[in-house]
Design a protein. Structure first.
Length: 409
């Protein structure tokens, strides 16, 4: 919910916030999740928490988790400069603490808060060693304050990305590919090269752009709903990663996960989403491919072409939503099995889309869902077919790598 309410919360920023918050929650709670082990030595540069719970203190773990998540939300959601949302988080934290204070002594409560704050600060300090900070020229030096660096000069040439209508916004997070992933091998999974640029009407490149145009020209009501349902555009929605985490939360509640299993699963989903965005942004700005709207308007001479959803301000190849959806749904697939029927209700409370696009959507398999997610980008007019196919393929591999980490003793 904080994503669309907070300044600077672009899709990569949101995914990174989930990743570090989930790591903080997991590592902090390991003393009471006795079957699990630390990510120390498994994920990039993480050496584990030096803060340890005191053996003679009876911690209230509800207080620990509540304090930890409030602290991480304030740090990673960018709301510290928006007092109204800061107050909302602090009120929520206080409401839980008022309940928890009735369940423990003052000393236990204070010790629990102190432990949570010490652990969260370690994660925050670790996050600030991320190489992405070295690319930031603005103050304060936070990634969320540098979504559109003015020092970036995109390469120029046929088939290369340029800002697009209607806003012609400069590139979003062009340096994000240097961001620290959780697994190095996840950002080294290279997509196949994009189709060679060609204005020949018989070329694969031209035909894929023509497919985008014809799909939008002849779009069905159901295809339009799918495009809008999965829009998840930056700065006004939950973002693609936020949508995936909402689905995870729903599945967790429906399956009545114990707290320990919820924490472990949240870590897997969040690390997968973060690594997917780092990988995706790395190769987006290596290939720098143009968006369909540019080719369709300028080369196919269809100046009236307007995508169903707004073209976001970064290169096409590969599709970010497809990439992160493939990663998240791979985790879900391993967790719940291939033939798992569920209904996604993530959009029910959204007020920025038509009522039809808020209607929950039911799927018989997670594969069916991420296939729909990927096609939504073609229906929406913002990606061509190879971009979405390669995106989800790379995402599947990233999710599998995260799943295969060792979580249990």
């Amino acid at each position: 919910r904080l994503g669309p309410l907070s300044p600077g919360m672009s899709p990569p920023i949101v995914a990174r916030g989930f990743g570090y918050s989930a790591l903080a929650l997991y590592e902090t709670c390991l003393p009471v999740i006795e079957s699990n082990i630390s990510m120390k030595g498994q994920i990039v540069e993480w050496q584990g928490l030096s803060t340890k719970p005191q053996t003679n203190v009876n911690y209230h773990w509800g207080v620990v988790i509540n304090t930890l998540m409030s602290t991480m939300c304030l740090e990673f959601s960018g709301i510290s400069n928006r007092q109204v949302w800061k107050d909302e988080i602090l009120v929520l934290e206080q409401n839980y603490n008022d309940k928890y204070k009735l369940e423990c002594t003052t000393d236990e409560f204070n010790a629990s808060v102190a432990y949570a704050k010490a652990c969260s600060q370690e994660i925050i300090d670790f996050a600030k060693t991320d190489p992405i900070y070295g690319t930031i020229k603005t103050e304060p030096k936070e990634p969320m304050n540098s979504n559109f660096p003015i020092d970036y000069d995109p390469p120029v040439g046929k088939g290369l990305w340029v800002p697009t209508a209607p806003t012609f916004q400069i590139a979003l997070q062009p340096y994000w590919g240097v961001t620290r992933p959780f697994l190095t091998k996840n950002i080294n999974i290279s997509p196949a090269a994009p189709n060679p640029y060609s204005e020949d009407t018989n070329s694969v490149y031209y035909k894929e752009m023509l497919e985008v145009y014809n799909t939008n020209l002849n779009i069905t009501p159901e295809q339009r709903i799918i495009a809008l349902y999965w829009d998840d555009a930056p700065f006004r929605t939950q973002t693609p990663g936020g949508h995936s985490v909402k689905i995870y939360n729903q599945l967790m509640r429906e399956n009545k996960f114990p707290v320990s299993q919820s924490i472990e699963s949240f870590l897997k989903v969040s690390m997968a989403i973060h690594d997917a965005f780092v990988n995706c942004w790395k190769y987006k700005f290596i290939f720098n491919t143009e968006r369909p709207i540019t080719f369709i308007r300028n080369i196919m001479l269809k100046p009236a072409f307007t995508p169903v959803i707004s073209t976001p301000p970064f290169p096409d190849y590969c599709s970010g939503h497809s990439n992160q959806s493939g990663a998240a749904m791979t985790i879900f697939n391993f967790q719940f099995g291939e033939s798992y029927t569920f209904t996604d209700s993530a959009n029910v409370k959204r007020d920025d889309i038509s009522p039809e696009a808020r209607t929950p959507r039911t799927f018989k398999k997670f594969r069916d869902m991420y296939n729909e997610v990927t096609m939504s980008r073609l229906y929406g007019g913002i990606h061509y077919r190879k971009s979405i196919q390669e995106g989800v393929r790379i995402g599947n591999l990233i999710g599998e790598n995260i799943w295969n980490l060792k979580y249990k003793k």
